[in-house]
Design a protein around this ligand. Structure first.
Ligand code: ZN
Ligand code: ZN
Length: 167
């Protein structure tokens, strides 16, 4: 096994190596969470790409593709731990398993494709303002909110169009 292949397998990475390579290492430390390799790998997976929305299964499958040996139950445990530590947030959408994403402290809303399950997100200031106004009108102290639009994403519409044309 070459050295680079070797490093792909987390069991063979030294903790020092991990400490050098991943910024999530210090972030994990700041929460008081003990820094284990699976915790660090999962957090850095979410930090690598903006606006990632992943289920526990998605995370597990990504590790499988990278030949990393992290069990599904570990993935579940670590995801919930990172939510408790407020590094990730999670949300349960209709007909879908819990979806995890990086906690960026923003207040975005979601679009879910009912066909392929793709999760998109958007921020709209007008909606935000109306939300606060409505709460005020109702004498309501706003603590939290969720707004989710369900529908068919552009690529599912495109493939449905193709089917219709050729069907
Ligand atoms: Zn879709
Ligand atoms: Zn989101």
């Amino acid at each position: 096994m070459s050295e680079s292949q070797c490093h792909r397998h987390f069991g063979m990475i030294s903790l020092e190596k991990v400490q050098e390579e991943f910024s999530s290492w210090s972030e994990l430390g700041a929460t008081g969470l003990r820094r284990t390799v699976p915790r660090m790998l999962i957090l850095s997976m979410f930090q690598e790409k903006a606006h990632l929305h992943l289920t526990a299964e998605d995370v597990f499958r990504r590790f499988l593709n990278e030949n990393r040996n992290i069990g599904l139950s570990t993935v579940y445990r670590v995801l919930h731990l990172l939510v408790q530590a407020k590094l990730l947030t999670c949300q349960k959408f209709e007909n879908s398993p819990t979806i995890f994403e990086l906690n960026e402290g923003d207040d975005h809303d979601h679009l879910i494709c009912v066909q392929c399950g793709t999760v998109g997100e958007f921020c709209d200031q007008k909606i935000e303002i109306r939300r606060i106004e409505i709460a005020k009108e109702k004498g309501f102290v706003l603590r939290n909110h969720t707004l989710t639009l369900y529908g068919h994403c552009a690529s599912c519409q495109a493939s449905a169009g193709r089917l219709k044309r050729f069907g």
